[in-house]
Design a protein around this ligand. Structure first.
Ligand SMILES: [Zn+2]
Length: 296
């Protein structure tokens, strides 16, 4: 600094001295503080904007939506069966909608819709069907296209016993909702036609359920355009995490409400806990007065 000052002219030295002396020095300090604050706030705001917006809270608002049932219910979650069939390292997409359909029994009895995802599987689907038959319960099976093709006999049994089918994509593709409209349409048309065509005559596919609950508005729209109703859930048993039979049972006993859509899995991994839980829950739900219905 000294050398620099020496190189300055007398006039420049005077100006410099004024700048670094009161009152100017205070003004500089004030200006720098202001600039620092503005930069700091901007950084914080931008960091917040950059953070991925997780609308799993989209599940939270959904949880209080009237169409989704009573206050006791647990929030719908994007959980589903990510680890079993999900893509490693793929960030879970945001839930943009839970798209629940309200069940209506047309009677005074409260309705509950049981749904089973990721089958059919020879290990578990027959056990689920046996239990449902034992209690005269109808359910909805959100089948994966490749599984449906591999096990046509199970598909025929599902239909023959009065249950309903739901398209769960060909390969459990959780990214389908992020594809371009035409590709998405092609994917859903293919899975719907394939699942329906396993049975002769082709079965009716009433619903579409996004793998891992990865809904997007475009996916809702394409499902509707393809003739399927988006089917969400209001009670997530988290059975795919294998939390223990008791936990699965408790999730339904605590979360069920009139019009509930309950999410189970009959595929995608070991499901003994699910089978045991369903064995306990069917009589319990009946005792509570619930009527097993298909989503309306
Ligand atoms: Zn699934």
């Amino acid at each position: 600094m000294g050398r620099m000052v020496l190189m300055l002219t007398e006039r420049q030295r005077v100006i410099l001295r004024q700048i670094v002396s009161p009152p100017y020095i205070y003004r500089w300090a004030g200006l720098l503080t202001t600039v620092g604050l503005v930069v700091g706030v901007t950084v914080v705001v931008l960091a917040d904007v950059g953070r991925p917006t997780v609308l799993a809270t989209g599940a939270a608002p959904a949880a209080v939506a009237p169409s989704e049932g009573g206050p006791a219910m647990r929030p719908a979650r994007a959980a589903e069966d990510a680890p079993a069939r999900g893509m490693p390292g793929f960030a879970r997409p945001a839930i943009t909608s839970s798209l629940l359909t309200v069940t209506d029994t047309g009677t005074d009895r409260p309705a509950v819709a049981l749904t089973f995802d990721d089958g059919p599987t020879p290990e578990y689907t027959p056990q689920v069907l046996d239990l449902l038959a034992q209690y005269g319960a109808k359910a909805t099976f959100c089948t994966i296209g490749n599984q449906a093709v591999a096990y046509p006999d199970l598909m025929r049994r599902i239909i023959a016993e009065g249950h309903r089918l739901c398209d769960h994509t060909m390969t459990h593709d959780a990214t389908v909702g992020f594809n371009a409209h035409d590709l998405m349409t092609s994917q859903l048309s293919t899975s719907k036609t394939t699942i329906a065509g396993v049975i002769d005559p082709p079965a009716t596919i009433d619903y579409f359920r996004a793998p891992e609950g990865a809904w997007t508005p475009a996916l809702d729209q394409v499902a509707a355009e393809t003739g399927m109703r988006p089917l969400g859930w209001s009670v997530d048993t988290l059975d795919w995490t294998q939390p223990g039979t008791a936990a699965i049972v408790a999730s339904v006993q605590q979360g069920v409400h009139p019009g509930a859509v309950v999410l189970f899995h009959d595929g995608g991994g070991p499901r003994e806990q699910t089978i045991d839980a369903v064995r306990q829950l069917l009589p319990w739900l009946q005792e509570q007065g619930y009527q097993f219905v298909l989503p309306s």
